[in-house]
Design a protein. Structure first.
Length: 272
């Protein structure tokens, strides 16, 4: 029997967001490490319910998980999304003991738009706070896996392939996320880009990152992922890019088994 999902609500005095918790059904430990899963969908769609399979996979690795919702564009403009993710991270830190989770071993797993938010949370843990509190560490992730993350919004806008249209167009997604195009909000696009914060990243405060990115991805080209990893590594920060030769934006091509094993070993190392 698979572990069951417990749904909880949190985040402010607005309509609460929902989070789905899954705890491994393994021999009892003092406390489980946990992974916060952040869904994709171009910041406009997707749901915490999209990743129950991933939660089951993580449970089989001995990891608890929490798949989270966040407010969606264009009804909610940035920075609502990162504020909600930080709320989810903070909630899990504060309620870890109730769910047999170790608050010192909480990691992230972001997919596409969710990978952008996870990267931003990892690189700027104290920036997007909407509440006063004394414990700044409660927004921090121990490490994070990022699948196909948009990382540099100015570059992504300016180099977008004009043949990509509709909801998968970078410019369509960014217009909806910010309510403005790049020419109208250049500083906001830069501020929302994880790549902006690499030059200020500190080895002691920046969690290890594993980026998984398909070389055939035409929606979010792999270039920015390689640049981010190179820049972090140059500063002595643990960062690795797993390039998938035959994968596009949505999967792992013929390398699913290798990716699963890489994720397993990455979390085993950083959450030990």
């Amino acid at each position: 029997m698979l572990p069951t999902i417990t749904t909880v609500s949190a985040c402010g005095d607005r309509t609460p967001l929902k989070f789905d918790l899954m705890i491994p059904k393994a021999p009892a430990l003092a406390a489980y490490p946990a992974v916060i899963i952040v869904h994709g969908g171009g910041w406009m769609g997707g749901s915490r319910k999209d990743y129950q399979g991933l939660q089951s996979l993580l449970a089989n690795m001995g990891l608890a998980s929490m798949s989270v919702d966040y407010r969606l564009a264009p009804q909610a403009l940035f920075p609502a999304q990162i504020e909600d993710l930080n709320c989810a991270i903070r909630w899990l830190h504060q309620h870890a003991a109730e769910h047999q989770i170790d608050p010192e071993r909480i990691a992230g797993f972001g997919i596409s738009a969710g990978a952008h938010l996870t990267a931003l949370a990892a690189l700027t843990p104290d920036k997007w706070n909407t509440v006063d509190r004394s414990n700044q560490s409660s927004d921090r992730l121990r490490c994070a896996v990022l699948h196909a993350p948009p990382l540099d919004f100015p570059d992504w806008w300016q180099t977008a392939d004009p043949q990509i249209t509709g909801t998968m167009s970078p410019r369509f997604m960014l217009n909806n996320l910010f309510g403005k195009d790049f020419s109208q909000a250049q500083s906001t696009y830069k501020e929302a880009s994880p790549s902006t914060y690499v030059t200020h990243a500190q080895k002691e405060k920046t969690p290890p990152l594993l980026i998984i990115h398909g070389e055939q991805d035409v929606t979010v080209p792999i270039r920015a992922s390689q640049t981010l990893v190179d820049q972090l590594a140059a500063r002595g920060i643990a960062a690795e890019l797993m390039r998938i030769p035959d994968a596009d934006h949505f999967g792992f091509g013929s390398h699913t088994r290798q990716v699963v094993e890489k994720i397993r070993s990455f979390y085993a190392q950083c959450l030990k």
